[in-house]
Design a protein. Structure first.
Length: 501
């Protein structure tokens, strides 16, 4: 007897068993989804995108949604019942994907270019007029591979099972579709002459159709770290005429071309002073250097900065507590999109621990002094194990910074400018990062650098690929856990500072 169907919600991956025939509106309401017109099919505020399963198109959807939205799988949740297993993405839970509008110098060229930052979770792409550098259209999306595994390790597992064929097919098809959408959005008449893609080593290998096996076993080095070039026909992309599609080179281990692009975006390779670039994620990337020498490393920070493995953690999407402040001894929480909190994201976690330290609810060693948990807002609380996860993450990053600066004969305090790349770096409170001992520099020397990967990819559209290859060769990759000091420094860096400084 069929008693129910499986429902999976993205982003976040929550799953539940739902009785057959249950209205989707009732089910989603329990997850905090709002139905602005009361579920009458008049507002499209309840849009969901089918990732798997089937929701047949109804008359209200034909009225309210465009043909492109319907083809992409968008439906009105309030018009459907559970008639089979379903995986959907909720528009109300959309994660802000960081774009880039920063200016830079370039030599004009003919035609159009597309810059793509291919992240494990999100993808950002921009169509650029190469004559004047203007961004003509922007497209962002959740990486379609997410349905086969949320994080980098599960993508590797998945790729090892079938040789990466399905992940490769998914991502090539998605990027081709995004390029097509960019051209439609801009009403472009000129041809695309160049596409530059950057991403981490795993995304590089999967997109390029390379085996990820070398990334899964010691010494975890990419098989073909170099820049790879494709034609539109090879990828099945709808681009007429000659177009060069390049995935920029990896730097080694788990440090990909997104970091190479970040180096160029921040100008680190031309700096006289010692400069650092940090990308805080499950795989934290650290770069330290100047015009004379550049070192890079990846460090397994764990997923705490992305809100994962945190009891009530979630990604930085609608409903996440993203900021916590201690005001007159009381915790004040900000929720993305307002409304009831659904969980705690990475920036909220860093803030919550910083506030807990100030209020003496958390000891410098990491012990929580309130039991059983530190209440934040609504039903959301910080658990003792969450504090431990953050200690592991911040210890790994701080140790990476110590080891790399030491190899350059310096210390983390000698860094004159520290660029925080990516979405998390953009939203994290620099003061809280200092309070928990993740960063020790004065605030004036810590700058959120935005989407440096996308910015760098855009610059690469105008530049000689050989110069990028040469820079990639210049950057020295350090395998942190082979450094005899790494374990000791990691353990030393785990406690929090006793006082704000
Ligand atoms: S709630 Fe308005 S269309 Fe569904």
């Amino acid at each position: 007897m069929n008693t129910g169907h499986k429902l999976k919600l993205q982003p976040g991956g929550r799953q539940q068993e739902v009785p057959a025939g249950a209205p989707l509106q009732d089910v989603l309401f329990t997850h905090g989804v709002e139905f602005p017109c009361g579920g009458r099919g008049r507002c499209k505020g309840c849009r969901v995108k089918m990732l798997s399963g089937d929701l047949p198109v109804g008359p209200e959807e034909i009225n309210l949604l465009t043909a492109a939205e319907l083809t992409d799988g968008w439906r009105l949740a309030c018009r459907h019942q559970m008639a089979g297993d379903l995986e959907i993405e909720l528009a109300q839970w959309e994660m802000p994907v960081l774009g880039d509008q920063s200016a830079f110098n370039f030599i004009p060229r003919a035609g159009l270019g597309v810059a793509i930052d291919l992240g494990t979770t999100t993808i950002a792409a921009q169509l650029v007029d190469l004559k004047n550098g203007n961004v003509l259209a922007v497209s962002t999306a959740l990486n379609a591979q997410a349905r086969l595994g949320a994080d980098i390790m599960s993508r590797i597992d998945c790729a090892l099972r079938d040789g990466g064929t399905e992940l490769c097919r998914l991502v090539r098809a998605q990027l081709g579709q995004m390029v097509k959408q960019l051209l439609e959005q801009a009403g472009a008449t000129e041809p695309v002459v160049r596409v530059v893609i950057v991403g981490n080593s795993v995304m590089h290998h999967i997109f390029c159709g390379l085996s990820v096996a070398p990334l899964a076993t010691h010494p975890f080095e990419p098989e073909h770290p170099g820049r790879l070039q494709f034609t539109a026909a090879q990828l099945g992309w709808p681009l007429p005429g000659p177009v060069s599609i390049e995935f920029l080179p990896c730097l080694g281990g788990f440090v990909g071309s997104d970091v190479l692009a970040g180096i160029v975006a921040t100008g680190l390779q031309e700096s006289r002073d010692l400069v650092a670039l940090l990308d805080l994620g499950t795989n934290g990337e650290v770069v330290v250097g100047n015009r004379d020498r550049i070192l890079c490393a990846s460090t397994a920070a764990g997923p705490a900065f992305e809100g994962a493995r945190i009891a009530m953690g979630m990604r930085a999407a609608t409903g996440a507590i993203c900021a916590v402040e201690a005001r007159a001894g009381v915790l004040d929480c900000r929720v993305i999109g307002g409304g009831e909190p659904r969980g705690l994201c990475g920036s909220g976690l860093v803030d919550a621990v910083a506030a807990g330290l100030d209020l003496k609810m958390i000891e410098p060693g990491g012990r929580m002094m309130v039991s059983p948990a530190m209440s934040l807002a609504g039903s959301i609380a910080l658990m003792p194990a969450d504090v431990r996860e953050l200690q592991l993450a911040k210890g790994a990053i701080a140790a990476g910074l110590c080891i790399l600066t030491a190899r350059l004969g310096a210390s983390p305090e000698d860094v004159q400018m520290l660029h925080l790349a990516g979405a998390f770096g953009n939203y994290i409170s620099r003061a809280s990062a200092r309070r928990i001992g993740l960063l020790r520099l004065p605030l004036s020397r810590i700058v959120p650098a935005g989407n440096t990967a996308l910015h760098g990819a855009k610059r690469a559209l105008f530049e000689d690929p050989a110069a990028w290859d040469a820079l990639a060769q210049r950057v020295e990759h350090v395998t942190l856990n082979e450094d005899p000091r790494f374990h000791d420094v990691y353990v030393e860096e785990m406690p929090f500072p006793a006082h704000a400084f």
